[in-house]
Design a protein around this ligand. Structure first.
Ligand code: NDP
Ligand code: OXD
Length: 308
């Protein structure tokens, strides 16, 4: 029986523990402080406290319960072990739905309609075809590629930016720092689906967003650490950005005192762009445990050097 410890700051942890115990009798499941946890071979986590993973000397695998692993890699005492993340259709499809909603909000001028409603103002806003809007996606990985394909199927002009160039039907690919400005100059709605790494921290600042055409919109679903929120706020107030949907923040929950809450053209959502189901998280952890014990290649292994 493989011993698995679940730890970290997520309301999903207690649910994962209960369901893992009920559905995977071949696993011995522990929470962090339970007797026996010290011998765990696998740690499943979200934002573990710094140094927490180093307290398990028999660990062989660290498994994120999410897609992003920045919250694990930032631990200065992280043991040098393989790290896997969750890649699941429910998360991918959920993210695409959220992005589609956000893109439609700006493309169909529904942001203006919502403002007009608060003023009791009946005003028919312009409606343009999807093909008249260019959506640019920062990050063409699992989530960005699925969103890009779906937006292209809905008729949008779609472009994406990544480190390596991609070939995706009806999606224009831009790669690396050299092509970033050209990518931004032709983007009406910018979607961020980057992982948080040393290279991408603070990327959504005035310098980058200032290269979008005037009146562009931002949809941010990556990580709070990408966002320089005072720059976004200033650019919205100056009218350079028409608005922003912001799902992730440097500090979550977002402080009730944050001016982002009250800004008319900023839509704050509480890190709900998408989420893995408890079932898909456990399926992947259990499959990787099987692979670990059978000495087979692990699924969805993270490259700790690259940071994603
Ligand atoms: P992937 O690892 O599959 O893809 C990451 C993409 O970002 C790749 O295309 C990669 O390029 C690109 N990239 C990374 N660094 C750079 C860089 N320096 N310059 C240009 N491109 C770069 O990640 P996912 O698609 O699975 O997830 C993306 C992020 O979405 C997660 O890390 C997480 O932070 C966030 N997320 C947010 C959720 C929410 O609810 N808000 C839910 C789930 C995830 P290349 O392909 O060339 O390597
Ligand atoms: C994730 C997230 O990374 O929920 O999966 O943000």
């Amino acid at each position: 029986m493989t011993k698995v410890v679940f730890l970290g700051q997520s309301s999903d942890i207690p649910k994962l523990v209960v369901q893992a115990r009920a559905q995977y009798p071949h696993l011995q499941v522990y929470t962090e402080d339970e007797p026996g946890a010290r011998d765990a071979e696998v740690a499943a986590c979200w934002r573990p406290a710094h140094g927490a993973l180093a307290r398990f000397p028999k660990l062989r695998l660290i498994h994120a319960i999410a897609a992003g692993v920045d919250n694990i890699l930032e631990d200065p005492a992280l043991p040098p072990l393989p790290i896997c993340r969750v890649v699941a259709p429910d998360l991918t499809e959920g993210m695409t739905e959220f992005i589609l909603w956000s893109v439609l909000l700006f493309h169909r001028n529904l942001d203006q309609v919502l403002t007009n409603q608060r003023r009791r103002q009946w005003q028919r806003v312009d409606q343009e075809p999807a093909a008249s809007r260019s959506v640019g996606i920062l990050g063409l990985g699992t989530l960005g590629t699925h969103a890009a394909r779906t937006l292209a199927q809905h008729g949008y002009q779609v472009r994406g930016w990544s480190r390596q160039a991609k070939q995706i039907a009806n999606v224009r690919s831009y790669a690396g720092a050299d092509q970033l400005d050209e990518f931004l100059a032709g983007t009406d709605i910018l979607v961020c689906l980057l992982p948080l790494t040393d290279e991408t921290r603070g990327i959504l600042d005035r310098r980058l967003l200032g290269k979008l055409p005037r009146g562009a919109a931002l949809v941010h679903c990556g990580r709070g650490g990408h966002l320089v929120s005072q720059d976004v706020l200033a650019l919205v107030r100056e009218g350079h950005l028409r608005g922003a949907v912001l799902d992730v923040f440097e500090v979550e929950p977002l402080d009730t005192a944050s001016p982002l809450w009250d800004e008319p053209n900023i839509f704050v959502t509480p890190h709900i762009a998408s989420a893995n189901s408890i079932t898909s998280i456990l399926d992947q952890i259990s499959e990787n445990i099987r692979r670990l014990q059978a000495d087979e290649p692990l699924q969805n292994l993270v490259d700790a050097q690259k940071g994603y």
